[in-house]
Ligand binder design. Structure first.
Ligand SMILES: Cc1ncc(COP(=O)(O)O)c(C=O)c1O
Length: 392
């Protein structure tokens, strides 16, 4: 029988995620490649990590660290993470019971949601939001309750009164992200105090996405949940080595949480990935002995942010504040009244610089006339992009 003419039937699947299609990041990157555009869309560096880090991972492989590590992560790496959090934020986690190494932050976020959220539980998500939160909530059978950030002349802020109003007896979790993708907003002490006031005395958990923890500028400090014992006692705190060490393709991160939460996290983690590749864990643990790479990161990225912002001064783009992350949001109302996705496509195909529409970070695609650029790029890449953007 010719199987091309009469192929065997594949059973039909009912999707678990009806709203999910190709992401805007994939679409814009494809479009950027097709049109020879400078890709300031997707958030990853176009420069290499320090060669020393690669050497340390290679050394770990040669030293024989090539078999399954512990399910929770290599002890040396968990200890290095504990030491870093203690030195930066003054909170001492237990390396055995309260830290788990994950396959990037994405897996940590999804696992935290899957282990904590039961069908019908509500999870408050602040929009615009990183795109993995909502599908994870849906897979868990939870209900996402969306609260939108406000955007004014001084940039985006979280309306805590609206978050407070969204909390009820079904609320299981609030997801926060600081520094924030896509807006570059950095939560301040007053934000953390407002959050503490909302959850005090409740059973609400916090999932704190802090993957850009080392990218905070102008002498401000990162207000990690770990600085607030009252909040840390009810929180999963997530970070990513990919972001911190310029190795997004390694997909390695971690979660820190009180032991009682971590027990449940590990039950899901164990049967989802079990463990993360061994040599990378050992290589990163050795590299972390020197705090310089993450201590120097704010200055490194602040310089790139300033090159990018200075290059757009005098252009028809209006710059929003960029206090953290490696993203710069701009208003383009003086150039066009196109919807954001259409404007981003036009920028990519005609101006040959790819950007991401901020509307893509809202479940229902709110239009604000704002697009996001990523400035984690070589100076030459930024210069070429700026030359094109300034000419509009
Ligand atoms: C806010 C936020 N959280 C999580 C992630 C995912 O991090 P990882 O690559 O470590 O999974 C990203 C990556 O872009 C992000 O921007």
């Amino acid at each position: 029988m010719n199987s091309r003419q009469n192929p065997p039937a594949t059973p039909i699947l009912t999707t678990r995620l009806p709203a999910v299609g190709t992401t805007v990041f994939t679409r814009m990157s494809t479009l950027a490649a097709e049109h020879g555009a400078v890709n300031l869309g997707q958030g990853f560096p176009d420069f290499a990590c320090e060669p020393k880090l690669v050497d340390m991972v290679a050394e770990a492989m040669r030293a024989g660290f090539n078999q399954y590590p512990m399910m929770t992560g290599a002890p040396v790496l968990r200890q290095a993470i504990v030491a870093k959090i203690a030195a930066h934020y003054g909170h001492l986690y237990d390396a055995n019971a309260e830290i788990t190494v994950t396959a990037g932050a994405t897996q940590a976020l999804t696992t935290a949601i899957l282990c904590a959220v039961h069908p019908g539980d509500e999870v408050i998500v602040i929009e615009p939001a990183y795109d993995s939160y909502l599908p994870a909530i849906e897979l868990a059978g939870g209900v996402a309750v969306r609260v939108q950030m406000e955007v004014g002349a001084s940039g985006y802020s979280v309306p805590w009164d609206k978050v407070q109003a969204a909390v009820n007896g079904n609320t299981r979790m609030i997801v926060i992200n600081t520094p924030h993708n896509p807006t570059g907003t950095v939560l301040r002490a007053a934000d953390m105090e407002a959050l503490a006031d909302i959850v005090r005395g409740s059973n609400v958990l916090i999932l704190s996405d802090e993957v850009y923890e080392h990218m905070v500028y102008d002498g401000q400090r990162h207000e990690s949940i770990c600085r607030y014992p009252e909040l840390a006692a009810r929180s999963f705190v997530v970070s990513s080595f990919g972001k911190t060490y310029h190795v997004t393709g390694w997909k390695i991160g971690y979660v820190a949480a009180p032991a009682a939460l971590m027990v449940e996290f590990r039950k899901v983690h164990q049967y989802n990935v079990f463990s993360i590749n061994t040599p990378t864990q050992h290589g990163i643990a050795s590299y972390m002995a020197d705090p310089a790479p993450y201590q120097e990161l704010p200055a490194f990225y602040q310089r790139k942010r300033d090159i990018f912002r200075n290059g757009l001064q005098g252009s028809r783009f209006e710059l929003l504040p960029a206090d953290g992350t490696y993203f710069q949001c701009v208003r383009y109302g003086a150039i066009s009244d196109m919807p954001e996705a259409q404007f981003a496509e036009w920028l990519t195909t005609e101006v040959k610089v790819a950007a991401i529409p901020v509307s893509a970070f809202y479940q229902q695609g709110k239009e604000s006339g704002i697009v996001r650029f990523c400035f984690a790029k070589k100076d030459d890449t930024l210069a070429l992009a700026l030359q094109r953007l300034a000419s509009i």
